[in-house]
Write a protein that binds this ligand. Structure first.
Ligand code: NAD
Length: 480
């Protein structure tokens, strides 16, 4: 059985205590590799490597750092089939999605920040004839990056790219549920000539290595993406340490469909927004509000398209809907489907685990599920399910749509489908979310601020926001 290794000081090393945890392929339910269950001993080794490498990495010219990172992006492109297959096996997502979204974006993330750092400028403030201020933006030092399982290499690179571009050295922890592409990425980094110690990757669980990483006194900033309760825990345990924190957390995103939308295009995209990656994207629209005059027509078309999604082996090219990431996650999703029925919901399609034939007979497959008849305040509509489950509800006015959309503790993303320009702007202004898509979903420009409000997080990633997060500003004031 393949044993993954940690990546410290440019080398693949075993965990010092020799402990491993199993890694399961979601489509088959079988253990197919093991990953280090790293501990503080490994962390100390990684911190020493990162500390040692940091001055030289920060001292490299921006062009040189950008050149090395661009080589890393090129190497991802060169290995994209291998990485996409590994991601599909490790996560359960369709190979086509892994190739065209996950791995494509992993390389785009690194290329983007390699270029962005060469364009990054700092502020200057003139005080009339008296003085001038300029702001230095230096690397922070060693930073920690912790990422989740739903978009493994995509979100891993989304964090480490700006951190490295800004001149920091990084200790990164991918999710223990999907460690494989971060492991393969280490070979890519070496192939591309990333200096040893600049990036260190430790595998393992939240308690065994995530927690020590967030509380290590030499790690001055933490960029975290994951669940809201984990984010709250990290806030609590680091509260007295005055670290910089970026927290990208859970969502329960609304989709607002108005009667004047482009009907066919909207149905198509609302299906994608609800069920892409089996509904396991923090940006998925799982609460779908439809203006009453088109409710029945939309419901029929929407349910028809959801029924037609092809569930299958993630490695089959025709598969549109793969496996959920793990047995515990599948059980959680199924328990919410049960809860929805207890709360009075009617299942319009889906609702069950799927037993496949052949290779995938023990896999974690759940039908794409659409539920109607629920109140906005019930648990099904308030808690993040993070799976292939959405609810549909009618509304009668713009005001009601906004109130329903804003009626949860979350505020990550939203999408609005209308041809009324004034309404689009007004609703976008009123929605409590970090991201509003009008007549589109998951259309991403990497320069834009990315993140959520309320329980969906603190801070923004993307573009200059990320470079500002990963640098420490120092103002210098000079009197004339
Ligand atoms: P999770 O919070 O369980 O785990 C995320 C990462 O944190 C993993 O690497 C995990 O090992 C680590 N971790 C767990 N406990 C920790 C601790 N005490 N200290 C430090 N690290 C710890 O989340 P998950 O189940 O992997 O991911 C799903 C969640 O992520 C969903 O809530 C989803 O909405 C959210 N998410 C948010 C975004 C966003 O951009 N806002 C993007 C993707 C996923």
């Amino acid at each position: 059985m393949q044993k993954l290794k940690n990546y410290i000081n440019g080398e693949l090393v075993e965990p010092q205590l020799g402990q491993y945890i199993d890694n399961v392929e979601p489509a088959t339910g079988q253990i197919y590799s093991q990953i280090p269950d790293s501990t503080v001993e490994d962390l100390e080794q990684a911190v020493a490597a990162a500390e040692n490498a940091q001055p030289a990495w920060a001292a490299l010219s921006l062009e040189k750092r950008a050149e090395i990172l661009t080589k890393v992006a090129d190497a991802i492109d060169g290995h994209s089939n291998e990485l996409a297959k590994a991601e599909a096996i490790d996560n359960g997502k369709p190979f086509s999605l892994a190739k065209n979204v996950d791995i494509y974006r992993a390389s785009a993330n690194i290329r983007f920040f390699a270029q962005a750092i060469t364009q990054f400028s700092s502020e200057s403030h003139a005080m009339g004839n008296e003085a001038i201020n300029y702001t230095l933006r230096d690397p922070i030092g060693i930073v920690g990056c912790i990422s989740p399982w739903n978009l493994p290499l995509y979100l891993f690179t989304w964090k480490i790219a700006p951190a490295l571009a800004a001149g920091n050295t990084v200790i990164a922890k991918p999710s223990e549920v999907t460690p494989m592409t971060a492991y393969l990425f280490t070979k890519i980094c070496n192939e591309a000539g990333l200096p040893p110690g600049v990036l260190n990757i430790l595998h393992g669980t939240g308690p065994s290595i995530g927690n020590p990483l967030t509380t290590h006194p030499k790690i001055k900033a933490i960029s975290f993406t994951g669940g809201t309760s984990t984010g709250a825990h990290i806030s609590r345990v680091t509260a007295g340490m005055f670290k910089k924190l970026s927290l990208e957390l859970g969502g329960k995103n609304p989709t607002l469909v108005f009667a004047d939308c482009d009907f066919e295009e909207t149905v198509e995209n609302v299906v994608r927004a609800a069920f892409a990656n089996q509904g396991q994207i923090c940006l998925c629209g799982s609460r779908i509000y439809i203006e009453r005059p088109i409710y029945d027509k939309f419901k029929a078309a929407f349910v028809g398209k959801v029924k037609a999604l092809k569930i299958g082996d993630p490695l089959e090219p025709s598969t549109q809907h793969g496996a959920l990431v793990s047995k515990p996650h599948m059980d959680k999703v199924l328990s919410y489907i049960e809860l929805a029925q207890d709360e009075g919901g009617t299942i319009l399609t889906g609702g069950k685990q799927v037993t496949m034939k052949g290779r995938c007979r023990d896999g974690f497959f759940v039908e794409p599920t659409v539920i109607e008849g629920l109140d906005n305040n019930c648990r099904t509509n308030q808690e993040e399910i993070f799976g292939p489950v959405c609810t549909i509800m009618p509304f009668d006015s713009d005001e009601e749509a906004i109130e329903l959309a804003n009626g949860t503790q979350y505020g990550l993303a939203s999408s609005v489908w209308t041809n009324d320009l004034k309404r689009a702007h007004r609703v976008a202004k009123e929605i409590e979310a970090g991201i509003v898509w009008i007549n589109c979903w998951l259309l991403r420009d990497l320069r834009t601020p990315f993140g959520g409000v309320k329980s969906s997080g603190v801070g923004r990633e993307g573009g200059l926001e990320a470079l500002r997060f990963f640098t420490e500003p120092k103002n210098v004031c000079i009197k004339y």
